[in-house]
Design a protein around this ligand. Structure first.
Ligand SMILES: Cc1ncc(C[n+]2csc(CCOP(=O)(O)OP(=O)(O)O)c2C)c(N)n1
Length: 199
């Protein structure tokens, strides 16, 4: 961060403040508030509601605009909560780390569910893309449009999964390509005869 700050790099860093690191709660390993971090690094930053799609979008726009104007880096802090384990194997440990009420509280703030509700009850008719009156009929049309979109996306994922599995039989990469691109920089330095490629 310091290096990026000094060189005004167009870098957006997001702290996903999900209140836990693996099995260690935030209050066990951290004091203070992440909102102070941008100032500590001498960069601009903002805190946003990590479960609100539009808030996340607005914050990312601020950050991207700042970077494009040469004011970067930009440090964003997303306030959120980790609903599961660090990985699937420690789901149970995660449940034991916090009070059940916390899962209940954040469970009602699922980002996709929140955005769905917002879109269904909003002033945009999702079928036509035009503004309309918030009537029950429009709610129903909007809900139907989202259901259709979900079906479309699920079908696309299923198709991609099928293709990926089939590719094992038909399109396995050549074993000798395993390192292609991985050591590109070192290899090109070596080609140029640099004395110390690591540097
Ligand atoms: C360099 C390094 N040090 C330590 C670890 C061990 N480690 C694995 S996960 C983890 C905590 C990750 O916390 P966070 O990024 O908040 O992930 P979350 O628990 O929110 O999924 C640590 C310390 C590691 N993977 N890499």
């Amino acid at each position: 961060m310091t290096f990026a700050a000094v060189h005004r790099l167009p870098l957006i860093v997001i702290i996903q403040d999900n209140q836990v690191a693996l099995g260690t709660r935030l209050d066990q390993h951290h004091r203070g508030d992440f909102r102070d971090w941008p100032e500590a690094y001498g960069v601009e930053g903002a805190v946003f509601d990590g479960n609100n799609v539009l808030d996340a979008y607005a914050a990312a726009r601020l950050a991207a605009d700042a970077c494009r104007e040469g004011r970067g880096p930009y440090l964003l802090i997303a306030r959120t909560f980790r609903m599961g384990g660090h990985a699937t194997h420690d789901e149970r440990e995660a449940r034991a780390t916090f009070e059940a009420q916390l899962f209940e509280f954040w469970g009602k703030r699922d980002p996709i569910g929140l955005f769905e509700n917002y879109l269904i009850g909003g002033a945009i008719d999702l079928q036509s893309g035009k503004r309309g009156r918030r009537t029950q009929a429009m709610r129903e049309r909007n809900a139907e449009a989202l259901t259709k979109a979900e079906r479309r996306v699920l079908a696309e994922i299923e198709q991609a999964e099928k293709e990926a599995l089939e590719s094992r039989a038909r399109r396995l990469p050549q074993p000798e390509s395993a390192a292609t691109g991985v050591y590109a920089e070192t290899a090109s330095l070596l080609e140029k005869g640099a004395a110390n490629p690591a540097a």
